[in-house]
Write a protein that binds this ligand. Structure first.
Ligand code: ZN
Ligand code: MN
Length: 151
């Protein structure tokens, strides 16, 4: 009986930790980093470590509950939506946003037909300027600093 009690408690704690990590990630559409998730989780579980948050993120990824996004940057971003979808990275503000177009599975068929390879998945990433950054750049071009035109 005592053995059972001992064995149950850590499991219940780790289940709660994993649930809170998942809830925090699903509460945002910003594709946050592990550090950001850690700061949010700490508000609910103050004594949790970054390592535990990281371990739970990897576990949830392996379970297919979340996605880990790697855009070749130094740190990963995480996505609470595990369903296949594309992303857009703004090269000015660094935000990562969901792209609202269907996943082009026909590309995989094209590659299969062309080369005879078995294609399981594909990755497409979009890079550019978000609407706000694009507007800001335009307004900067149209209205250059007044000090330059003087003298
Ligand atoms: Zn931007
Ligand atoms: Mn996403």
């Amino acid at each position: 009986m005592i053995k059972e009690e001992k064995g149950r408690e850590p499991k219940r704690r780790s289940t709660r930790q994993r649930r809170v990590v998942l809830e925090v990630l699903r509460s945002t559409t910003s594709h946050p980093t592990a550090d950001w998730i850690y700061e949010q989780v700490r508000k609910r579980i103050p004594n949790i470590s970054l390592g535990t948050v990281y371990r739970n993120l990897k576990l949830l990824r392996d379970m297919g509950e979340i996605m880990e996004l790697d855009f070749g940057s130094t740190y990963s971003r995480f996505d609470g939506n595990p369903n296949p979808h594309y992303h857009f990275s703004c090269m000015d503000c660094g935000r990562v946003m969901d792209v609202d177009i269907p996943v082009a599975t026909e590309l995989e068929e094209k590659v299969r037909c062309r080369h005879g390879w078995e294609v399981f998945s594909h990755r497409v990433e979009f890079y550019g300027l978000c609407a706000e950054c694009s507007r800001r750049r335009l307004s900067e071009e149209e209205a250059p600093p007044t000090s330059e035109g003087q003298g």
